[in-house]
Design a protein around this ligand. Structure first.
Ligand code: CTP
Length: 394
């Protein structure tokens, strides 16, 4: 997230709530962004202004009448500076003031002074959250374009990681709005017996990064994930599968409805021909042979379906190679019939399995190859999605 937040101008509006201390955690997680803090009346009873000033490395605005630069009020200049106003915790009282357009504390005055998007993270007790007046106020704000994150469990403040993700999404262009994107990620596990499987080293990070960025840019994302230990990105529908055949089933049932299928998964090419229903015992033999059967090639089949239907989703394939990247990439693109191939050499520093960075070669169906520098997987995800947008628009 750090690279996506670098240099962005975020104003954090702090409501008066017991959850005020969580703002310190949020500012910490927004590292890389420039942060200004404005507070609602009474917020300093729950978190000290000194803490907020130290963490944001800036003075905190707590007086709507304070004069700032160039004769403007302090909150006016902060409002004009902001690229995003995130209100956390958004109490019932703060929501009501924002809905009415009051400006009698630094938070609400800033909200009136800014044209930046407004992100609300509600926090209040269940009775206040359930009150029709609160719901009316929130509905009004949402109708005017405010975004929300949470609450969880009737008024509880959303987890900080979700609020950070919502900040990143609110700062992202909505250029994929409404586009249905199907992403596969992670390895597949091919059962040998109830306790063993054949797998590979894919961590799923690249596919999850694509799903996260696509959703942040407004796409409707379905993520078909092999066995990985990764949290589901916000606003992404996730379907967990184990084997190549399960992934095949999940993908084929959904591909026709997608504008684009991005196949970042490392699908096993083979599976054990027989799965033992009981744990295999080693016996006295010095060795054993495992007979394997070919799995379906999902990407090639998607291309074939598209050909026979005469229409279908844009197809993006991946290739993890260990050298001779361009030759393998050209050969694979032709063999799979996809529109874009993302190839990377897993032996390069920072580009192999499990890293948060990648160095990729993008190869288009027109034969044009672009060699990208080392970048975070989130940045590479954005670069791939820029290409997808172009391809989907034709
Ligand atoms: N792929 C797939 N189904 C398979 C194997 C691979 O859809 N059974 C997809 C992967 O998701 C990836 C692309 O094909 O997008 C390339 O995967 P890779 O394993 O590199 O391709 P293979 O055809 O298996 O080539 P290789 O001979 O190099 O293993």
């Amino acid at each position: 997230m750090r690279a996506l937040l670098a240099g962005r101008r975020i104003v954090v509006g702090v409501g008066a709530s017991l959850d005020g201390w969580r703002v310190a955690e949020l500012i910490d997680h927004l590292a890389g962004a420039e942060v200004r803090v404005v507070v609602a009346r009474g917020a300093d009873r729950f978190v000290t202004l000194a803490t907020l000033e130290a963490l944001s490395r800036n003075t905190v605005a707590n007086d709507p009448l304070a004069v700032g630069q160039a004769g403007l009020s302090e909150t006016s200049s902060i409002g004009a500076w902001a690229e995003l106003l995130v209100v956390m915790p958004a109490t019932a009282d703060t929501l009501a003031r924002l809905a009415l357009g009051l400006a009698d504390d630094a938070l609400t005055a800033t909200a009136l002074a800014t044209r930046a998007p407004l992100l609300l993270a509600p926090s209040m007790d269940a009775a206040a959250w359930g009150h029709p007046r609160t719901q009316e106020n929130l509905a009004r704000l949402v109708a005017r374009g405010a975004r929300t994150v949470g609450p969880v469990a009737a008024g509880g403040l959303a987890p900080t990681s979700s609020i950070v993700a919502a900040c990143v999404a609110a700062l992202s262009p909505q250029d994929l709005a409404g586009m249905a994107i199907l992403v596969t990620a992670g390895p597949t596990h091919e059962a040998i017996d109830p306790v063993r499987f054949l797998g590979n080293r894919s961590s799923g990070k690249m596919g999850f990064a694509i799903a996260r960025r696509a959703a942040a840019r407004g796409a409707r994302v379905t993520l078909i994930a092999g066995p990985v230990a990764l949290a589901t990105p916000d606003a992404v529908e996730r379907i967990d599968v184990e084997s190549a055949r399960e992934m095949h089933h999940a993908v084929m049932a959904r591909e026709a409805a997608a504008a684009c299928v991005i196949k970042a998964a490392a699908v096993a090419d083979f599976r054990p021909s027989e799965v033992s229903p009981i744990k295999l015992k080693k016996g006295a033999e010095e060795g054993m042979a495992l007979l394997l059967t070919r799995n379906p090639d999902l990407l090639a089949e998607l291309a074939e379906r598209r050909r026979s239907r005469g229409a279908g989703p844009v197809l993006v394939g991946f290739a993890a190679e260990t050298g001779d990247l361009l030759r393998h990439a050209r050969e694979k693109l032709a063999r799979k019939g996809c529109d874009l191939l993302v190839a990377n050499d897993v032996t390069l520093e920072g580009a192999g399995f499990g890293f948060d960075t990648n160095r990729a070669l993008l190869l288009g169906a027109d034969g044009v190859a672009e060699s990208l520098p080392l970048m975070s997987k989130l940045q590479l995800a954005d670069t791939i999605l820029d290409r997808v947008l172009h391809l989907v628009r034709g």
